[in-house]
Design a protein around this ligand. Structure first.
Ligand code: HEC
Length: 177
């Protein structure tokens, strides 16, 4: 029993000590202490669905629109990468990642122009995404030789983790604050 409680507590990142001590869990506390909510999936841990703590970043209107269009292409790229991996087409997965998300895509996205509107943390997360996409491409190419897909999947998880990290921290608006 205790093991189960620990496993669940670990899964949801909740206060293990409190639960293990056998204290009653008051559902009303969900409203106030999101650290112990069991209803939230693990990925939501730390993200408050009501209070939006993301930093607002100003982008001129056209740039914001272009950025969001790029973002939709990012998502399309991820989808196409998954599809390529499902048929073990490593070369295709690597090419999509490198050309559309990786270091080779910087010119494509006008990264230079966008960068000057971004706070440092956002720039760094963007750079981390481009790097992890290029690392994914390298891992996929290696998998084509070794036949071991695991490092490729791990690299893909790190890549999508970079998307998640930036979305958790920032929003863009086209009006000066
Ligand atoms: C450097 C930061 C950053 C990175 C990295 C990033 N995004 Fe975004 N993304 C944003 C911001 C900011 C928005 C706009 C959010 C808002 O204002 O509500 C956005 C919005 C989006 C949207 C919504 C587009 C629309 O039309 O509204 C999608 C889809 C998206 N991103 C996909 C991705 C994917 C997939 C990745 C990773 C491959 C990714 N993004 C990486 C910052 C980032």
């Amino acid at each position: 029993m205790r093991i189960t409680v620990f496993a669940i507590a670990a899964l949801f990142g909740i206060g293990i000590a409190t639960i293990a001590n056998g204290q009653e869990h008051d559902p009303a506390m969900h409203q106030h202490d999101h650290g112990i909510s069991m209803a939230e999936p693990a990925q939501m841990h730390g993200a408050d669905p009501v209070v939006d703590t993301r930093q607002m970043v100003y982008f001129p209107k056209q740039l914001r629109e272009r950025t969001l269009a790029n973002m939709r292409d990012h998502l399309l790229s991820l989808q196409q990468i998954h599809e390529a991996l499902s048929t073990l087409d490593y070369d295709k997965a690597a090419e999509i990642a490198e050309q559309r998300l990786g270091m080779s895509s910087l010119g494509l996205h006008g990264a230079h122009e966008v960068a000057k509107y971004m706070p440092q943390g956002m720039q760094d997360t963007g750079t981390a995404m481009h790097r992890s996409a290029s690392r994914f491409a390298a891992a996929a190419q290696e998998a084509a030789a070794t036949g071991d897909i695991k490092p490729t999947l791990a690299a893909l998880a790190r890549l999508s983790g970079a998307c998640v990290a930036c979305h958790a921290g920032y929003r863009v608006m086209d009006q000066q604050p």
